[in-house]
Design a protein around this ligand. Sequence first.
Ligand SMILES: C[S@@+](CC[C@H](N)C(=O)[O-])C[C@H]1O[C@@H](n2cnc3c(N)ncnc32)[C@H](O)[C@@H]1O
Length: 292
Amino acid sequence: MSSPAYSTPEWYLQAKDKDVSSDIGRLTIYHLGFRQATEGTLVFAPLDFSSVPRDILDVGTTDGLWMRDVQSSVPAPPHGEHTFMGTDINTSFFPTTNSKNITYVKQDIKDAVPQDWHNRFDLVNLRMILIAAGFASSQRDVVNEYIKTVRPGGWIQIGDCDRVCPTPEVENPRYHDMFACIRAVCRASGLDPLEAPKMKSWLEEAGLEEVQERRAMRAVGKRNEDEELGRLGIEADLIIAKGFASAAKGLSADFKPLSDERCDTLVKNLEQELKETGAHFPMRFVWGSKPL
Ligand SMILES: C[S@@+](CC[C@H](N)C(=O)[O-])C[C@H]1O[C@@H](n2cnc3c(N)ncnc32)[C@H](O)[C@@H]1O
């Protein structure tokens, strides 16, 4: 059997120590790109960190970068300290050095959450993780499961990628091809790549209040005014394009999105497109509060 495409849920399931450093590097660049695209916003929910200690859950945390960045940027309460828990299916991503008030727990998002997590967290964050849930209603089911972990009055926020190139095909033909490969490989593995636009309605229909949505474009290559982050963004996207183009080429005719020739030349041509034109990686963030 061929090995799973880089960064798909199957890949994460099998990723071992040797794979981790490259993926942490890529995800760090994505994190910096998302942060830049949202003018530094890591917590979209209007949660007050300055008055009381908060309990925060980050689902699919990888190495906990989002938690560490939040911890160092929010105000400290007058008494006590904010506490963070990060979960992931792959414990080899977890840092080997301890950070104060941050714990890591192995947990598959497809499993029910432990009973003692119910109604516990002030903020639950799920970023770039729902795709791992699978097809049909499974992503929504995961959201409903994690809403159980939010305390009344607390917040859940979800960030995910639309997986459709937001600029016209004439402008970004290869970025379109990259997303076509991503969608095809996800679908062939039984995953739904196009659920992000539905996330807001899931929160509303679950009875959450003050539900909001914000779209943000991670700028890649020439489109990034920060030249270094733009350059790093190209490297990160080429890692993805390489894995998905090669996996897409191996798909059966029913799923194959591009000719073999276009799959073979995607990385080289995309590199040129990102250097000369740049691109936007479309993210969507939604958040809502559990009624008191
Ligand atoms: C694309 S990364 C996102 C990391 C981080 N949330 C971020 O926004 O940078 C996906 C993470 O989800 C984890 N993951 C994949 N499948 C999972 C599952 N079924 N349950 C829990 N974590 C999973 C992977 O190991 C990886 O750390």
